[in-house]
Design a protein around this ligand. Sequence first.
Ligand SMILES: Nc1nc2c(c(=O)[nH]1)N[C@H]1C(S)=C(S)[C@@H](COP(=O)(O)OP(=O)(O)OC[C@H]3O[C@@H](n4cnc5c(=O)[nH]c(N)nc54)[C@H](O)[C@@H]3O)O[C@H]1N2
Ligand SMILES: Nc1nc2c(c(=O)[nH]1)N[C@H]1C(S)=C(S)[C@@H](COP(=O)(O)OP(=O)(O)OC[C@H]3O[C@@H](n4cnc5c(=O)[nH]c(N)nc54)[C@H](O)[C@@H]3O)O[C@H]1N2
Ligand code: SF4
Ligand SMILES: [Mo]
Length: 911
Amino acid sequence: MAETRSTCCYCGVGCGVIIEHEGDRITGVRGDPAHPANFGRLCTKGSTLHLSAGPETLAVRALRPELRTARETARQGVSWEAALDHVADRFAAIIREHGPDAVAFYGAGQLLTEDYYVFNKLVKGLIGTNNLDTNSRLCMSSAVSGYKMTLGADAPPASYEDIAHTDCLVIAGSNTAFAHPIVFRRVEDARTANPAMKLIVIDPRRTDTAEAADLHLALLPGTDIALYNSMLHVMLWEGLVKRDYIEAHTEGFDAIKKTVREYTPAMASAICGLSKKEIETAAEWFASSPATLSMYCQGLNQYAFGSHNNAALINLHLATGQIGRAGAGPLSLTGQPNAMGGREVGGLANLLSAHRDLANPAHRAEVAALWGVDSVPEKPGKSAVELFQALKSGEVKAVWIACTNPAQSMPDQTLVHEALATAELVVVQEAFAHTETCRHADVLLPATTWGEKDGTVTNSERRITRVRGAVAAPVEARHDWQIAVDFARRLGVALGKGELAQRMFPYADPESIWNEHRESTRGRDLDITGLSYAMLEADGPQQWPFPEGASSGKQRLYEDGVFPTVSGKARFVVTEHAMTAESPSARYPLHLITGRLRDQWHGMSRTGLVARLYNHEQEPLLHMHPEDLARRRLKGGDLVTVRARGGRIVVKVLESTTVRAGQCFLPMHWGGNAMSGLGSNTLMPSKFDPHSKQPELKHAAVQVEAFVAAHTLVAMRASGEAGADNPHALMERLRPLLSGFPYASLTLVGREHPVVVLKARSEQIEQALLAELDRALGLDDPLKTLSYSDSRRDIAKHARVDGDRLTAVRLAGEALASDWLTDLMVRRESAAPVRNWLLAPVTQPPAGKVMRGKVICNCFDVSEDDILAAFRAGESLDALQARTRCGTNCGSCVPELKRMQNATPTSRAAA
Ligand SMILES: Nc1nc2c(c(=O)[nH]1)N[C@H]1C(S)=C(S)[C@@H](COP(=O)(O)OP(=O)(O)OC[C@H]3O[C@@H](n4cnc5c(=O)[nH]c(N)nc54)[C@H](O)[C@@H]3O)O[C@H]1N2
Ligand SMILES: Nc1nc2c(c(=O)[nH]1)N[C@H]1C(S)=C(S)[C@@H](COP(=O)(O)OP(=O)(O)OC[C@H]3O[C@@H](n4cnc5c(=O)[nH]c(N)nc54)[C@H](O)[C@@H]3O)O[C@H]1N2
Ligand code: SF4
Ligand SMILES: [Mo]
């Protein structure tokens, strides 16, 4: 067995991993004890990375270039040469006829810095348009503009280390326990070491993060500015601001002081739905703690006033001097593993390399000189939402999409799907072929992914880490930077600039690209001229800035109180409360909030391959407060139609007190390839922030009503030797059937040999659809299939038995026994008890068959029922952990275990 050090490809925490591999197989993964982001720990997603990279996952990988020449036809496999020549010719023709702004590129914060660098140079340097945007527009662009308008540069000033030094931690609009679990482990450690440390969580929902807080401010969605302005009001009133700091290191205080005069706690409490006392306490803790650190994410960024959400919070740090010291400062948590690297190379439509300014002629000249071109374009390019609007209107004719799935993750999905259907040419560069966006591809270019590729990424705390490949590229997949370089050289020829393109893209490996990027940072705030691949190799990951001659990177910025602005002073920004894009009304009475689950990553192209990552939530569930359910005569598990101005979807409801009455929550993860309908973003408006152009993905106003569907259908098939089937190939066969039902979802249950389960509901089930389903599941073999049907009651049961094993089931009409049957398949038990049940007119599972319940601890497979029984019997969490080891490996379920413990009365206490 060999080992390769690399980095987790999920979140911006940037944990180091050690990949275990044999030949071309990745066999395991563990945390890298030497990595300063995680010191050996991994969360549920990181610790299952190898399960998303096994040979069976090749069934859903993009492995060969594919091309279709007419919309109506299917794509055919072609050679790389044919695919790239075709694309270069088409791009060149469009550019010649309509100009460079008629083409656009849309990338992702999951590309490596080297990939990003080449794309940026290709688009802005060779083609001559700024139409290069990425999904960071949906994610970090308000954080970028928030930092720039206050501190003068896009640089998070604090580090993870500061969590251990802070006395007051403010987590705002971030569900750290789910979205940055290893950072949350640090928060838990810090509180154990310093029990006096205060934790304030600002989130409309009572998340696992909020559950841990000393003070949870469950404000109404979209009201952060009113809260922070009011906190500043209280600080001024109580004499808690730091006059000397404000005087020496900031400007613009008088204007904000005037603004916040109006934001009395009484006024803010009405806007935010909080008590005056809560606001006053938060202000006092923030200002008077020796060191206050804030961490924030999409709850602030994803609003049409996201830049000001960020600025209003940073104002508080400036007013109290809570910055530039150990344990203090505003630390924006990065979402994707390399959104930071993308920002560094200037990979957005309004950015220029190495934090240079597009509007500054001297900066443009510097970049042009570095790239060896006459000029780089001045006009900002199309941001994500604008890009898809322009694609639909025909202003942009061709789009190249790399490493992102806009046909699920962008707001206003109706528009995005129309845009992709209208475009003259859609090129998709993807590692997995089963995403919604791939369906729209005229040209599909297969990319390598985690475990295969090589380069660098930068995490939330400005730390640059090497990403290394452990195994070779599968089949014909190529590295993202290679694809961009090959295309650039061909496009150069097609545009009559062949020589220039050869000169601009000479790279033979990621290191030569990175070295060029490094040179572009010389003298800039993010200067990394003191670093090299060799040094990252020898000394491990390093933080920027790290200029030539320095002996280490900088853990903390602005310790001297000097900021990268013209005057050297930080700026207060006047921020005012504003209305969300949509407000609840009589027709759309509920606030809808969207966000993440702990175990799924975005569109699930990777996490959706790992059965145990569905343990947390198996289906797309709308979390609703019991009062709102009662008002609509609904109960948990019922189907509902969720309607917004932009569209509608059908999902199941989950009763939950984590949301307040009047609000509901929907995870962002399910889209058209895992459910019927296009997922949460059918409902989201595309209004965006005027400064950052980041759309309001966190909030919509919706209506929820019961969806009546008399028929239930559950179909499942075992995988592994008994079923012989590859579960991912099987899911692929079932995906096209999802849209045939008003409600349907696909999931994997089990561990080693998961069972593929399709759950659907419908008013009328079409026979043709059933026949197709049966074919896909292997239930069309009369010799192996047992059937019972009662047409009067409209109930049907079909099961396939191979040898002694139950291998496929379809229940129609009623599915009361589905969990029992899934369990039986997962445990690979004998099919004997099923035979009698199946041939009898009963639908309930046999008496005495108890299901295990939801699995809470993924690492040690400990179920909810067992944990609740232990707490009821009065067992302590420590004792439970000693006995079952639950929560003792990755620790991701510990917040949930604590919540369950608090919510469960022990039978002793009850007695
Ligand atoms: N498990 C998992 N982890 C991930 C990801 C993933 O897909 N899955 N994705 C990664 C990426 S790219 C990102 S950007 C991050 C996102 O990380 P987070 O931003 O932490 O995650 P979200 O769940 O999107 O949103 C955070 C919280 O914002 C709250 N919120 C909504 N409206 C408001 C508001 O008006 N004010 C305040 N204060 N809070 C509000 C929501 O209730 C939610 O709990 O996660 C990263 N980590
Ligand atoms: N309603 C709602 N919508 C949201 C959000 C929300 O909170 N609510 N959050 C937004 C945010 S913050 C984000 S970051 C976006 C994320 O949205 P997306 O970027 O669409 O999310 P992913 O599913 O991570 O897409 C990455 C794609 O790249 C592919 N891939 C993986 N590795 C590689 C590789 O090495 N090379 C290439 N070429 N492809 C690869 C994956 O298979 C996957 O399809 O969603 C946004 N959308
Ligand atoms: S916290 Fe989890 S998902 Fe994020 S980098 Fe670490 S292991 Fe990966
Ligand atoms: Mo993100």
